[in-house]
Write a protein that binds this ligand. Structure first.
Ligand code: PHE
Length: 360
């Protein structure tokens, strides 16, 4: 039963069956029929015990050789199947990386972020750097250092959000304007100072033109000789660049802020056509910012000497100028996260504002 002629026939039969196996299941069945517990080769191995001496040795060697040969043939065929399966996957899962990106709309840049970035670009071009301060402020930074004493009516006007009192009785506030960054900057920077501070601000107020959280950008310029003419020039340059106009009509109106003296509110000329506002021309006015020469008490509170140092400050409502520039009627919609609104008023994330390529 283990003579070499018979083994050769078994070998030829197994090898051709393996070569002809159509799939992995057929190959597995062949493996079981040859090498499994009751397989043709295994059965013959069991029969070796009945032989004696030399014959057993020779038959054993022949069977082992056959077993190796059949095992290798099965492994080779298995590798063929794996390679074929991979080829098929590569063919069906082919990705053409040269195709254009999917046309589905991606996210858009919120008008506040867009305008924030536009403002930063304009002032960067004028030599300003960007400063920051915390949203939760002490009474001193938000009011006291800005020449707003305890009993000052401005405190009521600011509709301040207070945090619960601390153990010592003092209360932190959500900053009502970005002006505290003026003080923080003076404390850490030696003049000449030229900064803007864009950021979130908070007042307990809500209607079509007010939201409890809104955005301002503060500006501060301090050195030994900066005067009101610089303030006017700087804000005119800003308005022309921001509204992308060669000329803008502006009006500097005497006003009052405790932290500036003199103080001016700035209006921009506009007209209304079919309920839409047109900026820069016309006989109507829109208030866009507060400004003035920094009060000596504020300079002193910031640790500088008002006998030597002077300059100007301003505060612009980012949301407000965004509404004007992009014709957005209701401020509250800015913060409602309505996808239709965001798609309509949002900006492309691939076209960031810069002065060379155009702001918007
Ligand atoms: N902080 C003022 C406000 O919130 C704006 C302002 C800033 C005015 C700097 C003058 C100077 O209304």
């Amino acid at each position: 039963m283990t003579d070499s002629g018979e083994l050769t026939a078994l070998r030829d039969e197994l090898i051709s069956a393996i070569d002809g196996a159509g799939d992995e299941a057929a190959l597995e069945a062949l493996r079981v029929s040859a090498l499994g517990k009751k397989g043709a080769i295994s059965e013959r191995m069991k029969g070796l015990g009945k032989l004696d001496g030399e014959a057993r040795k020779a038959a054993g060697q022949a069977l082992n050789k056959l077993k190796d040969e059949v095992g290798s043939a099965i492994a080779a065929r298995q590798a063929d199947f794996k390679a074929a399966a991979l080829d098929e996957r590569l063919a069906t899962e082919f990705v053409d990386v040269t195709l254009p990106a999917r046309p589905e709309p991606a996210g858009t840049i919120h008008p506040v972020s867009q305008v924030w970035e536009e403002v930063v670009q304009i002032f960067a071009d004028l030599g300003f750097s960007v400063a920051e301060g915390p949203h939760i402020e002490t009474d001193w930074y938000n009011f006291g250092a800005l020449n707003i004493p305890d009993d000052h009516p401005a405190r009521q006007e600011h509709d301040t959000f207070y945090l619960n009192p601390k153990e010592d009785g003092t209360r932190m506030v959500l900053r009502t304007h970005t002006s505290p960054v003026q003080i923080r900057t003076m404390e850490t920077t030696q003049p000449p100072i030229r900064i803007i501070a864009p950021g979130r601000t908070f007042r307990s107020d809500s209607d079509q033109t007010h939201t409890p959280m809104f955005h301002q950008v503060e500006g501060l310029v301090l050195d030994e000789s900066t005067h009101l003419g610089h303030l006017k020039w700087c804000l005119e340059e800003f308005c022309k660049a921001f509204f992308e106009l060669d000329e803008v009509k502006m009006r500097f109106r005497a006003s009052h802020f405790p932290f500036t003296e003199p103080s001016m509110e700035v209006d921009i000329g506009c007209s209304w056509v079919d309920g839409q506002v047109k900026i820069g021309v016309g006989d109507d006015w829109l208030e866009i910012l507060g400004s003035g020469m920094v009060h000596p008490n504020v300079i002193r509170a910031g640790g500088l000497d008002p006998e030597k140092i002077q300059g100007f400050a301003f505060g612009v409502g980012i949301d407000r100028i965004a509404m004007l520039k992009y014709g957005i009627p209701d401020l509250r919609a800015f913060f409602e996260s309505d996808l239709r609104w965001l798609r309509h008023y949002g900006f492309s994330s691939l076209q960031r504002p810069n002065l060379a390529g155009g702001l918007s």
